[in-house]
Design a protein around this ligand. Structure first.
Ligand code: PLP
Length: 400
């Protein structure tokens, strides 16, 4: 059994991490920092099924609860994303799985971008689907060839006699932080009559995303990644026609009891996030609606940091330029060179940054690593740049 003291030690580390003095650059952590309102919600709604005291007896469904105002929230969420219907599920990947599973039949194809998150592939696999990938152009921009979506849909049609069950585009990919032209893919999908699923895990909640304008049939996102919410929370928002297919009601009848559950949305197994994480998402929502309006300033900070980091000998930003997102992929042959002779090898970078109160670069990495400036103050961004410059100079790299 794990003793209490051991957990306490991790809590202590976590507190140090969360402490304002430490700047966490890990891209997966930046958009999930809780608002004060969300922190309060955790305390108030921490007990078990805390959302369920006033569950409407007629349907007994989470999305119809009015106290707390979950039903209204789902409507507002859909509107915010330019969609008709929204549900909160446990994770972005679950939302992808639900769409794949309900739109596809085993053996069908989905067309996905070659920079999709691993969970996209695993979701397809669990749904019994095959993937056809849209390629990217490789080093150094890794730019996706979005024109290939049409070719790939035609290819699936030629090979199998039917169109793919769905198309998925990762709006901003998690490796290079490239922003893709979703509207272009939306148009291609409409022309082909194939449902278009936009994975907005790194975009919705931090930057403006309107599914109507982008021609998306469904949008999925991650509450703990981009909506100032606790894990696990995922967002599934859809146009009406797709929602009718994805959220089909249960039809099963007990063979002996004749019990049936015609109100329950089958793919959601009835209810999903029935406690504190949902309430953090709801509590942060007004701030999220407000913050996407400041996206331009966020991108400026990212560009500034790229400019500063590229002053370091042998260092360049990979992915498309200039940055249109705060997730930065850096290649540093300079820092890598230092690691080759340093007694701490690749760990020197993590350790030197930590001494300067900067964390979140994966320990051991020097040649390729990711970071994000999202939500940092300008002073914090300047501090990060200086920390890197100091470290570079300490180990004899020039800073131009
Ligand atoms: C982080 C991420 C995911 C996974 O999100 P979860 O909510 O943890 O499932 C999926 N897709 C992309 C593009 C991501 O960046």
């Amino acid at each position: 059994m794990m003793g209490k003291s051991k957990l306490e030690r991790y809590l202590q580390m976590r507190r140090e991490f969360a402490d304002k003095r430490l700047i966490n650059l890990n891209p997966i952590q930046r958009g999930g920092v809780l608002t004060e309102a969300a922190k309060e919600a955790i305390v108030e709604f921490g007990d078990g099924y805390s959302t369920c005291d006033w569950c409407p007896p007629k349907t007994s469904r989470l999305d119809q609860i009015e106290r707390p105002p979950i039903a209204q929230f789902m409507k507002d969420l859909a509107t915010f994303l330019g969609m008709d219907v929204a549900r909160v599920v446990t994770r972005c990947r679950e939302a992808i799985f639900i769409v794949f599973r309900t739109l596809g039949r085993p053996g069908d194809y989905v067309v996905v971008d070659g920079l999709a998150h691993y969970s996209t592939y695993v979701a397809a696999e669990l749904a019994g689907l095959k993937v056809k990938e849209v390629p990217h152009g490789g080093y150094p921009e890794f730019k996706l060839n979005l024109d290939a979506y049409a070719d790939k849909m035609d290819e699936v049609k030629r090979e199998t006699g039917k169109l793919p069950a769905a198309v998925l585009l990762t709006h901003v990919d998690p490796t290079y932080g490239n922003l893709n032209d979703a509207a272009a893919v939306g148009k291609t999908c409409r022309e082909h009559g194939v449902p278009f699923l936009l994975n907005a895990a790194y975009t919705a909640g931090v930057m403006p995303v309107n599914g109507e304008k982008l021609g998306a049939d469904a949008i999925v996102s991650s509450g703990h990644k981009s909506w100032a919410a606790s894990a696990p929370t995922g967002i599934l928002a859809m146009k009406r026609e797709i929602a009718d297919r994805v959220l089909g009601r249960s039809k099963i009848v007990g063979d002996w009891s004749k019990r049936s559950f015609p109100q329950k949305e089958c793919a959601l197994l009835g209810c999903t996030v029935m406690g504190a994480p949902l309430l953090t998402l709801m509590a942060s929502f007004p701030s999220v609606v407000e913050r996407v309006g400041h996206w331009g300033e966020e991108v400026k900070k990212a560009r500034y940091l790229v400019e500063q980091l590229e002053r370091i000998e042998g260092t360049r930003q990979l992915g498309t330029r200039p940055k249109q997102h705060t997730l930065i992929h850096l290649e540093s042959n300079g820092l890598y060179k230092v690691s080759q002779t340093h007694k701490r090898r690749g760990f020197f970078l993590y350790e030197e940054l930590k001494k300067r109160n900067v964390v979140g670069i994966q320990p051991g990495l020097t040649k390729h690593f990711e970071l994000s400036t999202y939500g940092l103050t300008p002073e914090q961004v300047t501090h990060v740049a200086s920390a890197f410059h100091e470290i570079a100079e300490k180990y004899g790299l020039s800073v131009g």
